[in-house]
Design a protein around this ligand. Structure first.
Ligand code: SF4
Length: 265
């Protein structure tokens, strides 16, 4: 296969190749989650996969009677329910924080009220939770901006909710996805400083209808092959087009990131 030099082509090619390598189940949940639940799920999903996040989310539902019990529990208790999801402590803190913010806003756990009350009104109600940095960095639809103003919610969670709940076009980018895209040379190390521009570039290439699939494939690939310290380039279907993979596979065996020290007998 000839080397692909164009970043857009490489992204499209990666999507197609990974789709063959990692066949996906149907992505749509049978019953769409309410907005708040999608937001809380997004906190579990960032830096993980949907399967692992679903498992953690299900454990939350089993351990706690309702969202109010989660809200009044300790970070440690919620973190224990989320384990073995990585970073369970910070995630637990964010989940509790969002629940406190939503509860203080309208004394219920229904973010759908935000839209019924009108976005301007909702903005006023949540004004003390605004996070201007998040707001400015995300150029998504107005409803997403409202959600972004919860200081516990970052741009991944906002983009996730837009993609999975609000019907907009957004590609959530978390650490593992960034890692894959950086190794493929689709984005630069410094691009993380300009999320809106990076996201816009990816969304330009990946159409809305394929956004959820792309998001899933990137996460699974990051977990299965393009792992943090030891990318399994020799097994990767992108190895002929990925600049990092090409470099890694040129290295002598002992210098390869996925090489393991040989045991002496
Ligand atoms: S070739 Fe290696 S670095 Fe490139 S995407 Fe595959 S696993 Fe990641």
């Amino acid at each position: 296969m000839p080397a692909i030099t164009n970043k857009q082509q490489l992204l499209t090619q990666a999507h197609a190749v990974l789709k063959k390598r990692f066949p996906l189940p149907a992505l749509e949940p049978e019953t769409p989650r309410p907005l708040l639940e999608e937001l809380l799920f997004a906190i579990c999903r960032e830096g993980s996969t949907t399967a692992d996040a679903e498992a953690a989310y299900t454990r939350l539902h089993k351990v706690f009677v309702d969202w109010n019990e989660v809200r009044v529990s300790t970070v440690q208790e919620v973190a224990d329910a989320l384990k073995p999801l990585p970073n369970s402590g910070p995630r637990a803190g964010w989940i509790i924080g969002v629940l406190h913010a939503v509860f203080e806003m309208n004394y219920s756990y229904d973010l759908g009220d935000m839209e019924k009350k009108g976005l301007k009104q909702a903005a006023k109600q949540v004004s003390r939770y605004f996070n201007e940095k998040d707001l400015k960095s995300i150029g998504l639809k107005q409803a997403a901006k409202q959600i972004a103003r919860f200081k516990q919610v970052n741009d991944f969670a906002v983009a996730w909710v837009v993609q999975r709940n609000l019907g907009g076009h957004a590609i959530p980018l978390d650490g593992p996805t960034f890692r894959v895209l950086r190794r493929l040379n689709v984005i630069e190390e410094t691009d993380a400083d300009d999320m809106e521009s990076v996201r816009g570039g990816i969304e330009h290439v990946i159409p809305k209808t394929r956004g959820p699939e792309f998001t899933e494939l990137m996460s699974i690939h990051a977990k299965e092959l393009c792992t943090d310290k030891t990318p399994l380039c020799a097994q990767c279907p992108l190895k002929n087009d990925c600049p990092t993979g090409i470099e890694n596979l040129k290295k002598p065996e002992k210098e390869k990131p996925d090489s393991k020290p040989k045991k002496s007998r």
